[in-house]
Design a protein around this ligand. Structure first.
Ligand code: HEM
Length: 455
């Protein structure tokens, strides 16, 4: 009996303390006019629920509180918006005090001159320089021949092999590292891992490793810059494009060049590799689409010699390929949403949002809206050919407003050239059951294994 009373007493104290902590956190963030919602535990907020249940957590909160609610995730008080109109408003109204709000670890590792960390005139300057680096003229003259050459050799010896496609597609970014790849890649991998971590600079943490990776990259790039400035040799890579191309009119400091290169590589890294892997998955599961896509690429090959490179006009004729890439990105959302923060007290949809709060512009659900995409869970690339869906005001696959993805065309080109050589050279079967998770990132935790044979 005495033991029972002790257990009861301890349980009551623990429950009471939990309740008090939850209540304290609610009171701490109480402010008149905020949207409804819960703030969870002190410091941790609702991060665990968010990371564990992802889209379901979002849908549950929306069912309870509506499309705009408050929460506390990833260490910050946050407003989540799942309202398409409000999301659009936030994306196009950066000047009203709605600037990027990416985690500190990301800003530290990608650099303070990285375009996604800047706003106002500094953002304008770096973004214009980036667009001149990865916009259509540069894609046509610099990237296309380089990517084509890389993909030919990358996809040259996959016949009669069982491969982990996820591991392979992660290497697509290596095409842009050129001769520097061997030394650069391990440092870059450390950096990429550290971008999504708590900013604890203690040996053993991902953040610490990320900082080491960044230091390594800086050292390599500074050495390359010095060598190249004193030499006449031309290298076919991004750094040469910045240092030597007369058409590149922007006078960037060494620090800006380093951040620019890291940003381009980092932004293409996961987006392009994951979308390439998922496109192969959807094509495998949808043989009719695969057959028509193969026909599109075989027609291009028939017009050319076996060794001829893909040219701009060939790429432009890949309309079903483009549709497959959009449909893949819709169903396997690589970007679930984008982060903003308020630089002043602001009113949104009648709610009062205090200065310094984060806003999670959660765009994932709109990808499954049956009004925009009938039969939303079907893989139907033709829907992208029928209407001008790509430019629909609520299509946020590549973001929107002044931060619309500057690498959109480059990313589509990389995936298209990968698909071209893959489907014209090979057929494939999945090996075993490849589990895919879609949150917080799209990935195959145990790899994505396929048996490849000559087509
Ligand atoms: C399938 C491929 C890709 C997808 C789905 C994608 C998606 C996005 C999205 C949703 C944003 C908006 C972020 C925001 O508003 O804060 C964005 C921005 C950005 N993307 Fe991409 N992206 C892709 C490929 C690329 C590639 C290949 C590059 C390489 C240049 C790139 C570079 C960037 C940069 C630098 C920004 C920030 C722009 C700014 O802040 O002004 N992306 N991307």
């Amino acid at each position: 009996m005495a033991v029972l009373m002790v257990v009861f007493g301890v349980s009551s104290v623990v429950l009471g303390a939990c309740f008090a902590l939850l209540k304290w956190n609610e009171i701490r963030y109480h402010s008149k006019g905020l949207p409804p919602g819960t703030m969870g535990w002190p410091i941790f907020g609702e991060t665990t629920e968010f990371l564990r249940h992802g889209p379901d957590f979002m849908k549950n909160q929306r069912a309870r509180y509506g499309s705009v609610f408050k929460s506390h995730i990833l260490g910050c008080p946050t407003i989540v918006s799942m309202d398409p109109e409000l999301n659009r408003y936030i994306l196009v109204n950066e000047a009203k005090g709605l600037v990027p709000g990416y985690p500190q670890s990301m800003v530290d590792l990608l650099g303070k001159c990285n375009v996604a960390a800047l706003h106002g005139s500094a953002h304008k300057h770096i973004r214009s320089s980036l667009l001149s680096l990865v916009g259509p003229p540069a894609i046509k003259h610099d990237f296309l021949p380089r990517i084509d050459k890389f993909m030919r050799s990358f996809l040259s010896n996959w016949d009669a092999k069982t491969i982990d496609l996820q591991e392979k597609t992660n290497k697509i970014v290596e095409g842009e590292l050129g001769s520097s790849c061997k030394a650069f890649k391990p440092e870059f991998d450390k950096l990429a891992l550290g971008t999504i971590s708590l900013p604890l600079n203690i040996p053993g943490t991902n953040y610490y490793q990320g900082l080491q990776g960044r230091k390594g990259i800086e050292k390599i790039l500074r050495q390359f810059m010095e060598e190249r400035r004193g030499s006449k040799t031309h290298y076919n890579d991004l750094l040469d494009q910045i240092l030597r191309n007369e058409k590149f009119k922007y006078n960037l400091s060494d620090e800006e060049i380093i951040d620019q290169i890291i940003t381009v590589l980092y932004s293409s890294y996961e987006t392009v590799s994951t979308t390439s892997m998922m496109a192969i998955k959807y094509l495998h599961d949808n043989p009719t689409v695969l057959q028509q896509l193969r026909e599109e690429h075989s027609a291009i090959r028939r017009r050319k010699g076996a060794e001829d490179h893909i040219e701009w006009e060939d790429y432009k004729s890949m309309s079903l390929t483009r549709a497959v890439i959009f449909e893949t990105s819709r169903l396997a959302s690589v970007v679930n949403g984008v982060m903003r923060k308020t630089t002043k007290n602001i009113e949104l949809n009648g709610f009062f949002i205090p200065k310094g709060w984060k806003i999670y512009v959660y765009t994932r659900e709109i990808n499954y809206d049956p009004n925009l995409y009938p039969k939303p869970f079907a893989f139907d690339p033709w829907r992208w050919l029928d209407k001008n869906l790509e430019n629909h005001k609520h299509c946020f696959i590549f973001g929107g407003g002044g931060r619309l993805c500057p690498g959109k065309e480059l990313g589509i080109l990389q995936i298209s050239i990968f698909l071209h050589y893959f489907v014209t050279r090979y057929r494939w079967e999945e090996v075993g059951k490849n589990e895919i998770v879609k949150f917080p990132r799209v990935e195959a935790p145990k790899g994505f294994h396929i048996q490849v044979s000559k087509y």
